[in-house]
Design a protein around this ligand. Structure first.
Ligand code: KMT
Ligand code: FE2
Length: 187
């Protein structure tokens, strides 16, 4: 099943609102895949013993997992963390999140620097590639429980924009020029 994603409007209203354009402009899974964003729909009720999740973890080497409850009672420095999550940044590694409960928005930049809002709900596992500019916010439900996955010892360090000289950023941008090169050769 597809995940809902759309181009955002430019308004400065509450970040937890949907921020659809008028008219709405949805973004397909293929468009997300072109940016290197991957998605699986799993059964969140069986996450503790899920063969499908196990396969993804085995295939991609995600030996690390933990759970993160995003609500004031369970997340230390809640306000500051939410502010950091919503500050545009990249990582040197993939960001892998599996929504078990609640919901939220991952915003990613497309090739033309437009914001795409990705609405994650229970069962959505998404992978953001290293080097993609992104941010996260809760939606108006104000709660989510996420599984974080990682290859090896986790490094959560965000590198806030601008990061054009960061190796992960350069590598990420190379994937586009390589794809364009292949397309040119095909003509
Ligand atoms: C809480 S997961 C989403 C926030 C984020 O982008 C990050 O942790 O790097
Ligand atoms: Fe991040």
């Amino acid at each position: 099943m597809a995940i809902e994603a759309w181009f955002m409007d430019g308004s400065n209203e509450d970040q937890r609102l949907p921020h659809h354009r008028n008219p709405k402009e949805f973004v397909s899974m293929d468009q997300l895949a072109e940016l290197g964003v991957l998605h699986w729909k799993l059964n969140p009720k069986v996450y503790e013993n899920d063969e499908e999740l196990k396969k993804i973890r085995d295939d991609r080497g995600y030996n690390y997992v933990d759970l993160l409850d995003i609500c004031p009672e369970k997340l230390a420095n809640y306000e500051a963390k939410l502010k950091d999550f919503f500050t545009e940044h990249i990582h040197a590694n993939e960001e892998i999140r599996y929504c078990l409960d609640g919901s939220g928005y991952f915003d990613v930049r497309d090739k033309n620097d437009r914001w795409i809002r990705i609405w994650i709900k229970p069962g959505d596992l998404i992978i953001l590639p290293a080097g993609i500019y992104h941010r996260f916010t809760l939606d108006t439900n104000n709660y989510t429980k996420l599984m974080r996955l990682f290859q090896g010892e986790p490094i959560w360090t965000p590198f806030n924009r601008p990061q054009e000289q960061h190796p992960a950023r350069k590598e990420y941008l190379k994937t586009f020029t390589e794809k364009a090169g292949v397309a040119l050769e095909a003509h």
